[in-house]
Design a protein around this ligand. Structure first.
Ligand SMILES: O=c1ccn([C@@H]2O[C@H](COP(=O)(O)O)[C@@H](O)[C@H]2O)c(=O)[nH]1
Length: 479
């Protein structure tokens, strides 16, 4: 189960948005655990915290720095602590990792060896630093957007109130990963800041900062940070509560307080003109997760777009972007592979330029040689029309991104046929429908597609990624 599903399952089973920081901070160690052996005292305290809270929280968040600071015994304590967390409860390792050249190796350690479900990262080194963590499809990252220490303001609020750096971090990091894989850590109890982040990231999980029980602005934080469904916000159990001998009761009472507010919040929101997604798991399209990820990374756009034919469409598909998101690219290749594995061919041909990376990925995945017809033939050099080696008479499967009129893919296929190659099958990711596959059939090809445009639009509408107006514009364009 991926992090997002594991987290949501725990939220609903335990009816809780609360998470607990599992921090072996010697300064916070309750007196009753203060023995000569500090590590043993910390271990017993952390075990007590887990036992008291496991049924009332949705996640645990060990802070790596506290374990590191204790040296080798601290790292051993981390491994023991991770092992004592029930496997069904997600673990978010608070590492605030930000070192570029150790990203891949660190991601492997935390996700593969330590089996944590998510990690916190700082954004300063950008997507290059985050991408190695996102190649683990079942894991997630939380990007630190904002903190509340006074010295941070000069950087995080730069250059002005209207467009502070922390909001730019939110906007930019939304391009790095899907809402299921990338959440935001908002290290402030300033409700206004939380509200401004929620307004530009309604779809993201926000992890709020650790608070002190007596701070008293819980309701403002909830009002600012909850999403329209009354969730999407992870609230830490206050640090001072963790020292209490009555931890279980105190956590349950905080949970009740939060849930009461959530019920009122959802009730109030439902009286406003807010459209809420209404889907059940049974209705889930088999490629729903992939469709959402493609939408979230900007491969599927809605608006008015002029096509090569001059026609205006209410959407535009730009699958070229997948090459910058390896985890999405990998899933796209797998979806094509499902179709190609049932076909018979000697070589794979990609249509330039958009489908060359896909054809390359499929060639490597299926151990099958690749060729491609050139878009324009050079006036110098070999003047080859087709790049790569082949033997006339071989069968080639043609791979392209989207079929609109079918013109570009059939032009490419004709070049291959002129060189003596046989083409039976054309496989695309998206079929624009409206008879384009019939056009392929009329020209002697069998068209296959991973998805049709209406499957994509309907899925996006069902989960609330597009609105009534966008759905209507699409439906009208079909006639
Ligand atoms: O949303 C779109 C629409 C078109 N493209 C590009 O056009 C061709 C397909 O158009 P045909 O009319 O079938 O020739 C496709 O290969 C893309 O390059 C697009 O990317 N997105």
């Amino acid at each position: 189960m991926n992090f997002f599903d594991k987290l949501n399952t725990k939220i609903s089973q335990n009816q809780s948005l609360l998470f607990v920081g599992l921090d072996p901070n010697p300064e916070m160690l309750p007196e009753r655990y203060q023995s000569l052996d500090i590590i043993a005292g910390l271990e017993n305290w952390l075990k007590f915290i887990i036992a008291e809270t496991a049924d009332f929280v949705c996640a645990y968040k060990p802070t790596f720095g506290f374990y590191e600071a204790l040296g080798v015994p601290g790292l051993e304590l981390l491994i023991k602590t991770l092992a004592s967390i029930p496997t069904h409860i997600p673990i978010i390792l608070d590492a605030k990792h930000s070192d570029l050249n150790t990203s891949s190796i660190f991601a492997n350690t935390v996700f593969t060896k330590w089996q944590v479900d998510a990690i916190t990262l700082t954004p300063y080194t950008g997507q290059d630093h985050v991408a190695p963590f996102l190649v683990y499809p079942d894991k997630a990252v939380f990007i630190l957007c904002c903190t509340s220490n006074p010295g941070a303001a000069i950087l995080q609020k730069y250059p002005n109130q209207k467009s502070p750096l922390y909001l730019q971090v939110v906007q930019e990091s939304k391009n790095w990963g899907t809402p299921e894989q990338l959440g935001l850590e908002v290290g402030t109890t300033n409700a206004e800041i939380l509200k401004s982040i929620r307004s530009i990231a309604p779809e993201r999980i926000i992890m709020a900062r650790s608070i002190w029980a007596e701070d008293g602005n819980l309701k403002q934080i909830l009002a600012a940070g909850l999403n329209a469904n009354g969730d999407g916000l992870l609230i830490p159990v206050p640090q001072d509560m963790l020292g209490s001998e009555n931890l279980s009761e105190e956590v349950q009472s905080l949970r009740t307080e939060i849930n009461q507010f959530r019920s009122e919040f959802i009730h109030d929101a439902s009286t406003c003109d807010v459209w809420l997604p209404d889907i059940s798991v049974q209705d889930k399209h088999p490629h729903q997760d992939l469709i959402l990820q493609l939408f979230d990374i900007g491969c599927i756009m809605f608006g008015e777009f002029i096509q090569a034919s001059g026609a205006t469409f209410p959407y535009y598909i730009d699958l070229r972007k997948i090459i910058s998101n390896p985890q999405v690219f990998n899933q796209v290749i797998s979806a094509y592979e499902e179709i190609l594995k049932n076909l018979t061919f000697d070589r794979i041909a990609g249509i330039p330029y958009g489908s060359l990376p896909t054809a390359t990925g499929l060639s490597l995945r299926l151990h099958c040689p690749m060729i491609f017809p050139r878009k324009e033939v050079k006036a110098h050099g070999t003047r080859r029309v087709i790049e790569g080696n082949f033997h006339p008479g071989e069968t080639v499967v043609v791979v392209d991104d989207i079929l609109i009129s079918g013109k570009s893919v059939m032009e490419g296929a004709e070049k291959l046929k002129s060189a003596g190659l046989k083409i039976n099958d054309i496989v695309v990711f998206i079929d624009h429908e409206q008879g384009v596959k019939d056009r392929l059939t009329e020209n002697g090809y069998c068209g296959h597609s991973v998805l049709s445009i209406s499957e994509i639009v309907n899925t996006l509408y069902e989960v609330g990624r597009i609105n009534d107006e966008q759905l209507l514009a699409f439906r009208e364009s079909e006639y």
